[in-house]
Design a protein around this ligand. Structure first.
Ligand code: F0G
Length: 347
């Protein structure tokens, strides 16, 4: 076994009756982002969660949520999703052999994520509304029909996601000074903070890192501290107006000495291009919001030089090819001869 249930057995709520699902989740690379770090004047690492089995951090929580659902006798699984949760829920449900129902905001889910949910055999339903409405419906149906809901309202989801923080500490041999994460439903930032707190109890004398949560400006109820009824952003993964874990995330951020930040779509796409073209790391737009947030902090003079910072790069860039091709364009086509080729190469 190679996944997080085996690796962190003693830190997770497992017992003899818990089935040990495993798709090899976790163990993602912690990559030095030296060029970007140098520009920002900090020691910067990217925890590349796009290397999880379904291409996002959701697998860390999903493996535990679906295992616990099986232990508790659930016959089916349901979730609402901006895409990644559905891909992960569909994969782990397929592995476990239970039916999975997925509610998505119609027309607002990246192509790769949609394909994943469909191929894993989930019943995929597009709701004519946004994610927030889809989640309300999923919660209603789950409690009526006694289905296991595997959104971040499920405490096991967030518990499993703590493992990202544990891996960072194990690999660095200590705690980073700060962590930046993109924020949508605000579950992951809460989970990472809880993970650091749990670890700090084991290793006395350590300080939990400052947590910085970054939202897209068009969907930033926490960063702007005002309700958002019509969330809109190119980073569809975090296109969320009513984060269900908002209260807990506010607490976590405040306790850690961090804050929430809003960044524009333009800043997010610029950060995505920078990571891909200068660091060789292709992460989906939402994942790059954290890096955009760091540039914002640096511009304000709020990023202390020399800090050791981890940016959580939450999902793979392969999930959302359209956002790249629409912006950067398709390759030039030439006749299949040397002259035509050289003309384009030398232009
Ligand atoms: N980054 C990516 C790539 C995501 O897919 C999500 C959330 C987040 C960041 C934000 O995490 O919600 O815990 O604050 N995606 C959810 C989904 C909502 O349905 O896939 P959060």
């Amino acid at each position: 076994m190679s996944g997080i249930l085996a690796r962190y057995e003693l830190l997770l709520p497992l017992n003899k009756r818990t089935p040990r699902l495993d798709l090899g989740e976790g163990g993602t690379p912690l990559l030095p982002l030296s060029k970007t770090g140098e520009t920002l004047g900090i020691e910067l690492f990217g925890k590349f969660e796009g290397m999880n089995p379904t291409g996002s951090f959701k697998d860390r929580g999903m493996v535990l949520a679906v295992s616990k659902a099986l232990e508790e006798g659930a016959r089916s699984v349901i979730c609402a999703s901006t895409g990644n949760t559905s891909a992960s829920a569909a994969a782990y449900s397929a592995r476990a052999g239970v039916p999975c129902y997925v509610l998505l905001p119609a027309g607002k889910v990246a192509l790769g994520k949609l394909a994943q949910a469909v191929i894993h055999g989930a019943k995929v339903i597009a709701i004519k509304g946004d994610f927030d409405r889809a989640l309300e419906l999923a919660r209603e149906i789950a409690s009526e029909k006694k289905m296991a809901i595997v959104n971040s309202v499920n405490r096991y989801r967030l518990w499993g996601q703590r493992s990202g923080a544990w891996e960072v500490c194990d690999e660095l041999g200590g705690f980073p000074d700060a962590v930046v994460l993109p924020v949508g439903n605000a579950g992951n930032i809460t989970a990472w903070w809880a993970g650091f707190v749990q670890y700090a109890r084991l290793k006395k004398g350590t300080k939990v890192p400052s947590m910085f949560g970054v939202q897209a400006a068009g969907a930033a109820p926490l960063a702007l501290d005002s309700p958002c009824s019509y969330p809109e952003t190119v980073a569809t993964a975090i296109r969320i107006g009513k984060p269900v874990n908002g209260k807990r995330a506010r607490w976590a951020v405040r306790m850690s000495g961090g804050r929430f930040i809003a960044v524009s779509d333009e800043e997010i796409l610029k950060a995505q291009k920078l990571l891909a073209s200068r660091e060789g790391v292709f992460a989906e737009p939402a994942s790059c919001a954290g890096i955009a947030g760091l540039f914002k902090l640096a511009a304000e003079g709020s990023l202390h030089p020399g800090l050791r910072v981890v940016a959580v790069l939450t999902g793979s860039g392969l999930k959302d090819p359209n956002v790249v091709l629409e912006r950067i364009g398709h390759p030039v086509e030439v006749e299949a001869n040397r002259e035509a080729l050289m003309e384009v190469m030398e232009a």
